[in-house]
Design a protein. Structure first.
Length: 104
């Protein structure tokens, strides 16, 4: 499949499927969109998210549990994740596997 699978509307639909108190990874998002090697492209597309409140792109982190970037700033991403009960220490999700959501 091609990068054409990486549409903002598809990305937004997936973001809304991530349960409260869970995170997913850029790689998991790419796989769910049919582009398994498109993690970087997913990150770029997330940066174009026009409504981070309706489409919680803050819930997407790096595969090692590191928080990663966020259009509104890393501090805001950590604040939003913490509000959902996701513990962050030194920029990384604590007990990452416990909080990881996979689209199956």
């Amino acid at each position: 499949m091609t990068r054409n699978n990486l549409s903002l509307s598809r990305l937004q639909t997936l973001l809304q499927k991530i349960p409260r108190g869970k995170v997913t990874t850029y790689a998991e998002m790419a796989k769910a969109m049919g582009t398994p090697h498109g993690a970087r492209a997913v990150g770029t597309l997330l940066g174009k998210n026009p409504d981070p409140n309706a489409f919680p792109c803050c819930k997407v982190v790096r595969s090692d549990g590191t928080v990663g970037g966020y259009a509104l700033g890393t501090t805001e991403k950590i604040r939003r994740l913490s509000e959902e009960g996701i513990p962050i220490v030194r920029g990384k999700v604590v007990d990452f596997q416990r909080y990881l959501f996979r689209f199956s």
